[in-house]
Write a protein that binds this ligand. Structure first.
Ligand SMILES: [Zn+2]
Length: 400
């Protein structure tokens, strides 16, 4: 597994330990071609679908039994790390190889998948959304990476909108989805635990908030006379942090952008448009946080004599992981004498697309210093092996 993992890390290698493999870039296409060859060399069946999801199918169960899907993604963010996604795909393939070598018969069949565009160069969770039947023509017309980039990328990979829209799997065809991934945070490291059992993938809620005051001469208007939009926006940013720190310890909030209008040294800001995003692993808490944040925004606007415009940009609900799978992972860790902790994933993953299609579970291994989406991303090889062993033992438990 290590030699395969290291070969894979050469595709798009940036020379500083990282990889640059945005979806359907030359390096990504080369990595995919290598993966296909690697599967075939191992004597396994290669499979692909209309969304470009790549993988392998092992008929180790009854012919009409559903498949337990194992995987992750081979694409990366620009100048990302070599572990994010790649570890999960290579470990999944290793599990299939092991079960094939030992000629084990299971209750279900097994399938490995490399999901297309998990990182969102083009659409975000493109392959898993297609597989789960969540893709829509509208989404493909207006993707976050731009329509022309998507069209060109699909064409380079020999795919199309139509083929992607036809990649949905029927309900009942999957027994579950299981993914090994690096944590991308430092909770496991801080807790001194070897394995993370994911309880939920956090939901994400985003808003555009506009604090609206009045433009005035920045020299001749007294401080008392100003309706300065920046004060509401700044006060809100600070109070949002305090709110989450004190009352919502399992949540995070981010103000990722502020645009000042008109935006000049000598004009009191008339308007500040702020990009607000917050995340929670729990739906009830999420709703309470939403109400509390908007309430604080209104209070700060009123305090500085401003108007507030609230635009809701979208919400992805938190996705709880299957409890039976969490239990199987915990037993696998105990069997292997590995320490474990339960935690929510603050990052999005393909599993969230699949949760209404089949039970979903995720296994985390520690990220050194929590670094990810960076060439500094690193996981000790021993932890990668632990993760792969937990994946294997969990699969064996779930398919007994
Ligand atoms: Zn990932």
């Amino acid at each position: 597994m290590r030699s395969a993992f290291e070969q894979l890390a050469q595709f798009g290698a940036t020379g500083d330990g990282g990889v640059n493999r945005p979806t359907f870039s030359e390096a990504h296409l080369a990595a995919r071609a290598w993966f296909r060859e690697h599967i075939q060399t191992a004597g396994l069946d290669f499979r692909t679908d209309g969304a470009g999801n790549h993988g392998s199918y092992l008929p180790c169960g009854p012919e009409d039994a559903p498949a337990l899907l194992l995987g992750s993604h081979l694409d990366s963010v620009p100048n990302g790390g070599r572990f994010d996604g790649a570890l999960g795909v290579m470990a999944a393939l290793e599990v299939l190889k092991t079960i094939k070598e030992h000629e084990l018969r299971r209750r279900t069949n097994l399938e490995v998948i490399d999901f297309t565009d998990e990182e969102g160069t083009l659409v975000g969770l493109l392959g898993s959304a297609a597989l789960a039947g969540h893709l829509s023509p509208d989404l493909l017309q207006n993707p976050r990476g731009g329509r022309s980039q998507l069209a060109a990328g699909l064409q380079r990979a020999g795919l199309s909108d139509e083929s992607a829209l036809n990649a949905a799997r029927p309900k009942g065809s999957l027994a579950g989805y299981l993914e090994l991934h690096i944590e991308q945070g430092k909770r496991l490291e801080s807790l001194g635990k070897q394995i993370g059992i994911v309880t939920a993938i956090v939901g994400i809620w985003s808003y555009r908030l506009s604090f609206i005051g009045r433009a005035d001469h920045a020299g001749s208007t007294t401080m008392q006379d100003r309706l300065d939009a920046s004060l509401g926006a700044s006060a809100f940013t600070l109070t949002a942090r305090e709110l989450v720190l004190h009352d919502f310890p399992s949540c995070v909030v981010n103000v990722g952008r502020m645009d000042f209008v008109p935006g000049a040294f000598n004009i009191v800001p008339e308007q500040v448009v702020l990009a607000l995003e917050f995340r929670s692993p729990d739906e009830d808490e999420f709703t309470r946080l939403d109400l509390a944040l908007l309430d604080r925004a209104r209070q700060e606007a009123t305090r500085f004599g401003l108007q507030l415009k609230i635009e809701h940009l979208g919400k992805h609900a938190p996705v709880p992981m299957d409890e039976n799978i969490q239990g199987a992972i915990a037993h696998a860790c105990d069997d292997l004498k590995l320490t474990h902790a339960s935690l929510a994933s603050g990052a999005g993953h393909d599993g969230q697309s699949l949760a209404d299609l089949c039970p979903v579970g995720m296994i985390f291994v520690p990220s050194v210093a929590g670094a990810s989406h960076s060439p500094r991303e690193f996981t000790q090889w021993e932890d990668c092996v632990n993760g792969a062993n937990v994946l294997l033992q969990t699969v064996l438990r779930l398919t007994i």
